[in-house]
Design a protein around this ligand. Structure first.
Ligand SMILES: [Zn+2]
Length: 102
C-alpha cells in the first residue's frame, strides 16, 4: 500500500476493512470503549479524527484544507476512546502488526 505523502502526521494506516474489523473487536471488549476513525488527509497530510463514535466512513472532509479524502483508497486507522472517568485517547497501531491479538 502506498503511504500518503503526509508532511505533518504520521500514523500507520490499514485498509478500511482491516481497520473496521480491528475496531469492532477492540470496542466490543469493553462497553466503555469507543473508537474514532482516523485518517490522514491525502491533500495536506494532516491527521483527521472523525467525530462519530463507532462509525467508519469511506471518505472524509479535512477540517484544515476542506478537501475530500477517499479513505477506501488511502486507508485509515482509529483511536480508542476510553470513557470510564479516566478518559484518554490512545492511538491503536497495534492491529497492523501481524501477530496482534486482543
Ligand atoms: Zn487536508
Amino acid at each position: 500500500m502506498d503511504k500518503p505523502s503526509g508532511r505533518r502526521a504520521t500514523m500507520a494506516l490499514g485498509s478500511l476493512d482491516e481497520a473496521l474489523k480491528a475496531a469492532v473487536k477492540v470496542q466490543a471488549a469493553d462497553p466503555n470503549r469507543f473508537v474514532l476513525q482516523q485518517y490522514i488527509c491525502s491533500h495536506c497530510g494532516s491527521k483527521q479524527t472523525m467525530r462519530s463514535k463507532n462509525e467508519f466512513f469511506t471518505e472524509g472532509i479535512c477540517s484544515e484544507c476542506e478537501e475530500t479524502t477517499d479513505i477506501e483508497k488511502a486507508g485509515c486507522n482509529f483511536a480508542l476512546l476510553i470513557v470510564d472517568g479516566k478518559a484518554g485517547l490512545a492511538m491503536d497501531d497495534e492491529f497492523l502488526k501481524p501477530d496482534a491479538k486482543s
